[in-house]
Each structure stands twice: as structure tokens, then as C-alpha cells.
Design a binder for this molecule. Structure first.
Ligand code: HEC
Length: 231
């Protein structure tokens, strides 16, 4: 009996820690149906993230196809390292240089939305605050002492941590709601690169539902036809 209770507790432990971590983070509503949003997220990602981070499991051409962009559009507007649209999102920065410059090499981001979760990402990218004791002058409430600089600071403006709360102390080029919307698109895009097949699956889901509806209609008509003679 004791063993059984212990086993139950052990099985429940990850759920408990997940629950307690989740409590601090607002729930992020993933939306992969908004194609324009995913395209905006992709633009932010290639402009602001791929300079340090790779997404080694994501091919530009696959992204173009899934997001309804032409390979030429992606080649011309989204690839800055001279690479080709059939390549994966590789970064010029070598792992060793990354570790030397930042103390910690920027990790590959293909699976970040799966390892950290969208709630975490959405909170992380909005929670940088000024901290002169850190090498880049910023810290993060969600990822304390992160080695990443606040690369979106000119858009968001600066925040300070006062009595445990983040407070905006200088404005960026975006209003807070606009910044949040941009991060929402970016996180949705990161969820997409974590599992591109999701988009295909969602599309398939709609088709299957339509088929079932049509089929149910046909079956109903057939039933009426058969029973007409019986009555
Ligand atoms: C100037 C280089 C640089 C740029 C640009 C940059 N990052 Fe980072 N990022 C880092 C470094 C360095 C780390 C490692 C932080 C650590 O482990 O302390 C990191 C860590 C992260 C992590 C945490 C990964 C994990 O699971 O530990 C996420 C998520 C992330 N970055 C997202 C982004 C996004 C999204 C962008 C674009 C808006 C971006 N980064 C742009 C340098 C950068």
C-alpha cells in the first residue's frame, strides 16, 4: 500500500510542479489559423532572432509553402546570410563565438516552444528589465540572469522592477499593446516551427469534418429512402 501511495505521489509530482509554475504565467492562446499573424511572426523572427539563434529543423522553403509565401519572397526578404531558400535557418554565429560573447551560446530555437511552452515564451519576451549589474544592463523576471540581451528594447522601451512588479520607465517605438501583439505573432510562429505538421493537420481536420457532415446528410437521406417502403 505504501509503495502504491509513493508511486502515485511520484507520478503526480511533475503535474504539481507544472501547476505551480503555470500559476505565475498567463495562459497564452495559441492561434495557428491566422496566416497573416504567422507571416508577421516569421518576419520578426528572421529580423531579430536568427542573427544569434538558429532553427536548424526548419527549412525556409517549407516555411514559405506553409505560410503562403513564394520562395522568391522569402529569398528576397527573409534570408540575410546569403543562403538559399532550401536551407534550414542556420545562423552565422558559431557556437564557440556565442559562448565567448554571451557566456552562453544562444540555443537553437526550433523546439523552444515545446521545451519551454508558449506561456513561458510570451512572458519571457515581455519581461526584460533594466539591471545595471548584468553584462548587457538587463535582466529577466521569467529567466533570471539570462545571458540574452533585450534585442527588442527599442521597440518595447525600458522596464524597471519595482516591488516585484515590472514598470515601464521609457517608451519604445511601439505602444505596449502593439508590442504585445508583435510578441503574440512571434510566439505563434515559434509554436508553428516547433511542429509544422500541426498546420497540415489542422487543415486536414477541417476537411474531415466537412466530409463527415456531407456523409451524415447522405446517410440520412438514404435512411429516409429505405424506410419509406417499410412504413
Ligand atoms: C544578440 C544575440 C541574441 C539575439 C539577437 C536573440 N537572442 Fe535569444 N538568447 C541569446 C542567448 C545568449 C541566450 C542564452 C541565455 C542563457 O541561457 O542564459 C538566449 C536564450 C533565448 C531563449 C531561451 C532558450 C532556452 O530554452 O533556454 C529564448 C526562448 C530566446 N533566446 C528567444 C529569442 C528570440 C525569440 C529572439 C528574437 C526576438 C532572440 N532570442 C534573439 C542571445 C540572443
Amino acid at each position: 500500500m505504501k509503495k502504491l501511495i509513493l508511486a502515485c505521489l511520484l507520478a503526480a509530482a511533475p503535474m504539481l510542479t507544472l501547476a505551480s509554475e503555470g500559476a505565475a504565467l498567463a495562459k497564452f492562446q495559441v492561434d495557428l489559423g491566422n496566416r497573416a499573424g504567422l507571416q508577421r511572426g516569421a518576419r520578426t523572427f528572421v529580423n531579430y532572432c536568427v542573427s544569434c539563434h538558429s532553427a536548424e529543423f526548419m527549412r525556409y522553403s517549407r516555411m514559405a509553402q506553409d505560410l503562403g509565401l513564394t520562395p522568391e519572397q522569402v529569398q528576397a526578404n527573409m534570408i540575410f546570410n546569403g543562403g538559399d531558400v532550401h536551407q534550414v535557418m542556420r545562423v552565422a554565429l558559431g557556437k564557440k563565438d556565442g559562448a565567448k560573447w554571451f557566456g552562453q551560446a544562444p540555443p537553437d530555437l526550433t523546439l523552444a516552444a515545446r521545451s519551454r511552452g508558449p506561456d513561458w515564451l510570451y512572458a519571457y519576451l515581455r519581461s526584460f528589465y533594466l539591471d545595471p549589474s548584468r553584462p548587457f544592463g538587463v535582466n529577466n523576471t521569467v529567466f533570471p540572469n539570462a545571458a540574452m540581451p533585450h534585442v527588442l528594447a527599442n521597440l518595447q522601451g525600458a522596464q524597471e522592477l519595482r516591488d516585484g512588479h515590472l514598470q515601464q520607465v521609457s517608451a519604445g517605438t511601439l505602444k505596449p499593446a502593439e508590442y504585445d501583439a508583435m510578441i503574440r505573432d512571434l510566439v505563434n510562429f515559434m509554436v508553428y516551427i516547433g511542429e509544422p505538421a500541426k498546420l497540415v493537420r489542422y487543415g486536414l481536420g477541417v476537411k474531415v469534418m466537412l466530409f463527415l457532415l456531407v456523409f451524415a446528410g447522405l446517410a440520412y437521406m438514404l435512411k429516409r429512402e429505405y424506410w419509406r417502403d417499410v412504413h
